[in-house]
Design a protein around this ligand. Structure first.
Ligand code: TH1
Length: 752
């Protein structure tokens, strides 16, 4: 979520009044705002997307809430120690969180482990699950006010608490450690966020977290449903629906079945009809290693009844599939069924059976969607193609969006005023399509001048922050070139650093006369590496090591500098994005499902250098493809290219840089060896993400960037065209599509 104070005041339309009131009390708004810590309860784009969705749900007067875990420790704080990433705990709740409202008395029991028995209830057989461990899920509400509406949405977060304060028996017997055990075990569940972005952590505690928040959230909704509709569960799909944000809450399929069948006494088929009508699934990644699979053994031990339910679902599903595919030859049919089974063998370990959570989500949902047009096509044509063939009408696209309140109107008030003044009203904040009227001004020199002045002011502000962090004054007349996102091989920060090395070497070779003509750049890279992601940490070290060399070089430092911005988070993004002139979205084509910072940069008039991937494609279409620096191979080429890696002839410039790194030009050569190997050595990495492949095209695209930057009026024209073309990427548009095509809900505003 990031910070709440400033955004809340903004959405409520109280900015001036609130600052005045504070001043009368002797406080300065900016300082007060700065004291707030980010709520960092997610990893990256996935969580921040949900935050934008809540802003849009409230603003559009839609009846929707968010659910999650009230982690005691959120995303770790990243610090640099001698240029290496180190992690520190995010102790964000110590001074209290003024935004949350603890709902006393609103808590639900969540069980784990234990045994399952069949019992007779009259002449009906019932299933009774007796968990061996129980905890409370205590509700905390975090209000989300809409912009320019009385509607306020809610983010309900669950905190895990022990059922009994402590074991008095053990305490009396003098066994103090055992007396505290329950508390510790319970609190562990909501203690800490797993810091992996896009790759799942196969830890038991993670499954426990998933079940914990799903179980509490479903009970919460069902209890509210029952308060008005009693046990008319056939009405449930009309009254409630759940959007599974990736596979993480997919255990909901089994839990809703359990609640309806075991607790409410519905028969299986009726419960299945209701369950599949209530649930929908959004897929957010195509990375094969990211698709969650839980070992049957782990699930059976922690959630024995759910494992049974999943087995029954799978039996019904595969049986139905057999009937559906009866035209196929027996052998082919068996192959298809086994490929689509929710429970299957671990391909790396034949002894182990796995529950495929994406398959469970598809079978258990009404609608399945991807998050950008290209991504939804990859979902249909590749990852879930078998399922698409069976249920073509289930599959949809919902291109991501971001809230224009936080990411333009609020974080860039100078640009917002200029836009409002130019368009004659601020209606664009709720109707971003109106931004397209800026196109008529894109080539107007007077307007360009004002536009440039805003960008410059934002660059000055960012430069002040860099000075505070690194102690250096950067050249604010330089092109501000920025890549901020989680560090991942597929996002290719590595490619960016390699090109910076090449740029540095070129500058070094130039005469002073030639240097006068070079486009100066300030390169900024920020992002966290998952603590166990070794290669990502090496990439961070390479960035800092290259920065250490070039930022100290008196000959070139005004023409090229490189800084790593530690602890990239929502608050930092709010200062960085308005100041950016060029932003990098350079994932290997076909790997970034959507990306959402690309949209935030676009709104703020920042040009994009990017691959034909994720939402970059739609951004280019809306902005004008010629206004975007597009390079590199296309998604449909990568399978072939990966096969042909061995015959790939690297660019001589690439070979030179690899030798520099290996030779110790940036120190630490042993530490960088695995990085060099991952892109050169067929045995080690095979250059899976095609860094070497796209290198030459990337350098060409960067040269084109310089050329356009030298023509400031062309650059500014493009910059204006980006904002003008960003209308589609408001999360209001995305949420309207979810509301109409999947949730079937209509706006309704509380009576004033
Ligand atoms: C991200 C995707 O990588 C990104 O492309 C997309 O814009 C964003 O979701 C929102 O749709 C994902 N983050 C995660 C995090 C985890 C697991 C899967 C994904 S996909 C933990």
């Amino acid at each position: 979520m990031g910070r709440s104070l400033t955004n809340t005041v903004y959405n409520l339309g109280l900015e001036g009044e609130y600052a005045d009131a504070l001043r009368q009390l002797g406080y300065d708004m900016e300082k007060v705002a700065d004291a707030e810590r980010d709520a960092a309860l997610g990893n990256g784009g996935l969580g921040r997307l949900a935050a934008c969705f809540l802003d849009s749900i409230a603003t559009l007067d839609l009846p929707g809430w968010g659910y999650g875990i009230r982690y005691k420790y959120g995303m770790f704080k990243q610090v640099l120690k001698n240029g290496y990433q180190a992690e520190q705990p995010d102790i964000w709740l110590t001074s209290g969180n003024p935004w949350e409202i603890r709902r006393d008395g609103l808590r639900f029991e969540v069980g784990f482990g234990g045994r399952v028995e069949r019992k007779k209830d009259g002449n009906k057989e019932v299933t009774v699950w007796t968990p061996s461990e129980k905890v409370w899920a205590q509700a905390y509400d975090n209000p989300i006010p809409g912009f320019s509406t009385p509607t306020t949405s809610n983010l309900r977060l669950w905190d895990a608490q022990p059922i009994s304060e402590f074991d008095l028996g053990a305490f009396n017997a003098g066994d103090y450690d055992r007396a505290m055990l329950d508390r510790e075990r319970a609190e562990a569940i909501s203690a800490v966020l797993y810091p992996n972005d896009s790759t799942p952590e196969g830890k038991e505690l993670r499954l426990k977290q998933q079940y914990f928040f799903v179980c509490a959230s479903l009970q919460d909704v069902l209890s509210r449903f029952k308060a008005t509709h009693g046990t008319k569960f056939e009405l449930l799909p009309d009254k409630a629906c759940f959007q599974l944000n990736d596979t993480h809450p997919t255990i909901a399929v089994a839990e809703l079945m359990r609640l309806l069948v075991d607790v409410e006494g519905l028969d299986w088929d009726a419960a299945w009809t209701i369950t599949t009508k209530c649930l929908n699934y959004t897929n957010h990644t195509v990375m094969p290693e990211a698709l969650e699979k839980w070992p049957v053994k782990v699930m059976a031990k922690m959630l024995p009844r759910h494992m049974e339910i999943i087995e029954v679902i799978n039996e019904g599903w595969t049986k139905w599939l057999g009937g559906h595919l009866k035209e196929l030859k027996a052998e082919e049919r068996a192959k298809r069924i086994s490929a689509m089974s929710i429970i299957h063998e671990n391909p790396w370990n034949k002894e182990e059976m796995l529950v495929n959570m994406a398959y469970l989500a598809v079978v258990g949902s009404s609608a399945v969607n991807g998050v950008a047009a290209i991504h939804s096509n990859i979902v249909k044509d590749e990852i879930l193609n078998d399922f698409y063939q069976i249920f073509p009408s289930k599959f949809q696209n919902k291109t991501n969006g971001v809230t224009p309140r936080r990411w333009l109107a609020w974080c860039n008030p100078e640009l917002a005023s200029l836009i409002t003044e130019t368009l004659g009203s601020n209606e664009w904040i709720n109707d971003t399509e109106k931004l397209s009227a800026l196109r008529a001004h894109a080539s107007d020199p007077t307007f360009q001048k004002k536009w440039a002045a805003v960008k410059h002011a934002k660059k000055e502000k960012l430069a002040a922050l860099i000075k505070k962090i690194h102690g250096d004054s950067v050249n604010t007349n330089a092109l501000f070139d920025i890549q901020i996102k989680r560090i991942h091989e597929y996002k290719r920060q590595y490619l960016n650093v390699l090109s910076i090395i090449w740029r540095y070497k070129q500058l070094k070779k130039m005469t002073p006369e030639q240097r006068k003509k070079a486009v100066p750049r300030v390169c900024l890279i920020g992002g966290k590496a998952a603590s166990a992601y070794d290669m990502a940490k090496r990439i961070i070290r390479l960035v800092t090591a290259v920065g250490d060399v070039i930022n100290k070089d008196p000959e070139t430092k005004d023409l090229l500098s490189l800084y790593f911005l530690p602890d990239y988070n929502v608050t930092l993004a709010e200062t960085i994005i308005p100041a950016a002139e060029l932003s990098q979205h350079i994932s290997t084509a076909g790997t970034e499902a959507s990306g959402t910072s690309n949209m935030k940069f676009q709104m703020n008039g920042c040009l994009i250098i990017g691959t034909w991937d994720g939402a970059n494609i739609e951004i280019a279409e809306e902005t004008g493809v010629d206004n975007v620096f597009v390079f590199g191979v296309r998604a449909d080429e990568i399978n072939q290219l990966r096969k042909e890696r061995k015959n790939f002839k690297t660019d001589p410039r690439w070979d030179e840089i690899m030798k520099d790194i290996e030779g110790g030009m940036f120190g630490d050569k042993d530490y960088f060896k695995p990085l060099v190997d991952s892109v050169n050595n067929m045995k080690v990495g095979n250059d899976w993400f095609l860094v070497a492949n796209d290198f030459a095209a990337y350098l060409d695209a960067q040269e084109e960037v310089d050329k356009v930057y030298k023509d400031q009026s062309e650059w500014l024209r493009r910059s204006i065209m980006y904002t003008a073309g960003s209308g589609k990427f408001s999360s209001d548009r995305t949420i309207r599509e979810y509301a109409e095509d999947i949730w079937h809900v209509k706006p309704s505003r509380p009576a004033a």
